[in-house]
Design a binder for this molecule. Structure first.
Ligand code: ZN
Length: 207
């Protein structure tokens, strides 16, 4: 059984996907990482992807599906996948469903639920290392990168304005206005448990 993880930006999806993948022994599919992997290859698909990226265009859904197929075919026998951030549109969803059926793979969707206010809070307290680009969650207390000692910065694209829209089914009540680091960490833990528990069938609750 493969997993498809959903959650708005700021939901900690990347962190959760790593934790779940480790716990359940899954291989993560994340489009950005796959594109980087392909860029070091010399396959026909890699050439195609390179040409698209160099032209400045977005990678079309058809090619994303080819990348997923390539990924699935390279999965060790008996290994399952965790899809992080894919499918991200109705168009992708349809083609993803068809692809998974064709490849004979069953999967479940997993939604990380949190309020928009919580997501914004998490985004604005998330910091990045300007040197190695590692992202540190709110719970990371040091001011410097654990890898190279650089002083951490708040990411430019993580300002709340950019994330003011939330899915309609999520309540917008702000329960996070005076959270301390510690309770935020506790919350991250609760969220992780939620992620494990909220195992909905396919896309019934996806964005
Ligand atoms: Zn660093």
């Amino acid at each position: 059984m493969d997993l498809v993880l959903f959650g708005m930006q700021g939901s900690g999806k990347g962190t959760q996907s790593k934790a779940i993948a480790e716990h359940c022994n899954l291989v993560i599919f994340e489009t950005g990482a796959e594109l980087r992997r392909l860029s070091s290859e010399d396959s026909e698909l890699a050439q195609k992807v390179k040409a698209i990226i160099e032209s400045g265009n977005l990678v079309p859904t058809e090619v994303v599906m080819e990348i997923i197929t390539d990924f699935l075919h390279k999965l060790p026998a008996g290994k399952n996948a965790l899809f992080d951030g894919i499918p991200r549109s109705d168009d992708q969803k349809e083609q993803f469903d068809a692809l998974m059926t064709k490849e004979g793979r069953s999967f479940k969707g997993l939604l990380i639920e949190l309020t928009e206010a919580e997501a914004v809070k998490r985004l604005t307290t998330r910091r990045m290392c300007p040197t190695c680009k590692t992202i540190f969650p709110a719970a990371y207390e040091k001011e410097t990168c654990e890898h190279d000692g650089s002083t951490l910065i708040t990411r430019q694209d993580d300002t709340p304005r950019r994330h003011s829209r939330a899915p309609r089914h999520l309540p917008s009540k702000d329960r996070s206005s005076d959270r301390s680091l510690q309770s935020r960490r506790k919350n991250a833990h609760r969220e992780r448990r939620t992620a494990h528990r909220k195992s909905d069938s396919r896309y019934s609750r996806g964005p």
